[in-house]
Design a protein around this ligand. Structure first.
Ligand code: S3P
Length: 437
């Protein structure tokens, strides 16, 4: 499916941010482990959480879904070996967290994914899982993967070589599911939704002496039921609405129900450093996650050097940050982001190729980009390639706002992995996105 975004004068209105993808996947897994009757409200009904849901049902969970409400039912039986292959589609979070869960449960399963997921590195979870005792065969560190009944050791200690919440969460889940203690050290602080969810259900995590965390000690303790669960809105989805509003003239948009976990919303800080007018109106805690409303106004942005320490907290927002950088005066430099090369596409190349097609002066580094922005209206008749990557597709569609005749992006089907209502929500505030043959 190709989409086209027509030039837009101004954006206005109020939108409700759809549910968080990372949290939706985690609550399915942790909720199934807890095994009690639970309703999940605000669930993201999108391809990625749905592939995790169906993988869980294939190992004996009892989950049903009715749009954004999901019901987990208490089962009399425990988890079972998977009789069918677990297909995690496009989802890196789905495959890596499920590998941890299945290893920890001591059941067997075969895993596969789509062509993008099949190219992504899985050794980052396979290696430590094997050290923990998991019996795993893979295709040279990639999918397809087979896990046989495993016995996980107690008190495993691991220093993560990459800053990855997926690796961290995989290992935490292997420890919880096998009722063991674990100690992890992350090189940089990554999203902490798994830790927060464990704590929400009564688990105990010590963060050592380092107040900034990074040192995570999970003591084994039985997690306890705690009523129904509400998923907060996805900051990564909100970021497209935020940047769209910032780069449009004379615009003001209120985004409600946005997840504001500090390890996720680094983009707010970065955009504010670039001169963005963004206000958090109200915030509160829901199920141990911060959530609030965000008011965004059109702003004159300027380029900055993005601080290295914030990169893991804006890792999914770098494609849309690059679009903001196109319209920011001066140079925006993003470094230390080589992880982008192993996402749903090689995002550094995908962004750079799109910028080439738009004639935007930039440099591509091995670990980032430097983008020379200005206030221009873009003019191209070329179709941007999304490389089948949802975040690349949505980012360039947002750039269509500031074009002479519109911007077409090819292969947008995967927007449904994370933000199926993207087109409707963006059009409801004034964008003009439509299918293009
Ligand atoms: C995610 C972690 C990040 C992020 C991904 C979702 C998660 O990946 O890019 O979209 O839910 O834990 P890494 O942990 O590999 O950086």
């Amino acid at each position: 499916m190709n989409l086209e975004s027509k030039p837009t004068k101004h954006l206005e209105g109020e939108v409700i941010c759809p549910g968080d993808k990372s949290i939706s996947q985690r609550i399915l897994i942790i909720g199934s482990l807890l095994n009690y009757d639970m309703e999940i409200d605000g669930f993201l009904d999108a391809y990625d959480p749905n592939s995790t849901l169906s993988a869980l049902n294939k190992i004996g969970a009892s989950i049903t879904k009715n749009n954004n409400t999901v019901t987990l039912s208490k089962r009399a039986h425990s988890f079972i070996d998977a009789s069918e292959i677990l297909d995690l589609g496009n989802s890196g979070t789905g495959i890596r967290l499920m590998l941890g869960l299945v290893s920890g449960l001591g059941i067997s399963a075969n895993f596969k994914g789509d062509s993008s997921l099949s190219k992504r590195p899985m050794s980052r979870v396979i290696d430590p899982l094997r050290e923990m005792g998991a019996l795993i065969e893979s295709n040279d560190g990639k999918l397809p993967i087979n896990v046989s009944k495993s016995n996980i050791i107690n008190s495993y200690s691991y220093k993560l070589p990459v800053a990855s919440a997926q690796v961290k969460s995989c290992l935490l889940l292997a420890a919880i599911a096998s009722k063991n203690q674990i100690n992890l050290v992350e090189p940089k602080i990554t999203r902490d939704h798994t830790e927060r969810m464990i704590e929400h259900f009564g688990g105990i995590i010590n963060y050592g002496d380092d107040l900034k965390k990074g040192n995570i000690e999970l003591d084994y303790c039985e997690l306890k039921p705690k009523g129904n669960y509400r998923v907060v809105g996805d900051f990564s989805s909100a970021s497209f609405i935020i940047v769209a509003t910032l780069i449009s003239s004379d615009s003001e948009v209120l985004i409600k129900n946005v997840g504001l976990n500090e390890t996720r919303c680094g983009l707010l800080k970065v955009l504010q450093m670039m001169g963005a007018e963004i206000q958090i109106i109200q915030s509160k805690e829901v199920c141990n996650e911060k959530v609030g409303d965000i008011l965004v106004k059109s702003s004159n942005l300027h380029g900055i050097e993005v601080p290295n320490s914030i990169i893991p907290n804006i890792i999914d927002e770098i494609p849309i940050l690059s679009i903001a950088a196109i319209f920011a005066k001066g140079e925006t430099i993003i470094k230390n982001a080589s992880e982008l090369k192993v996402k749903e596409s090689d995002r550094l190349s995908a962004i750079s190729n799109g910028l080439d097609q738009l004639n935007i002066s930039h440099e591509l580094f091995d670990d980032g980009l430097s983008i020379h922005g200005n206030n221009n209206i873009l003019n191209t008749s070329q179709i941007i390639d999304s490389y089948g990557d949802h975040r690349i597709a949505m980012s360039f569609l947002i750039a269509g706002i500031r074009t002479k005749d519109g911007l077409a992006v090819k292969n947008c089907e995967n927007i449904k992995t994370s933000f199926p209502s993207f087109k409707d929500i963006m059009n409801s505030i004034g964008m003009k996105i439509d299918e293009k043959n």
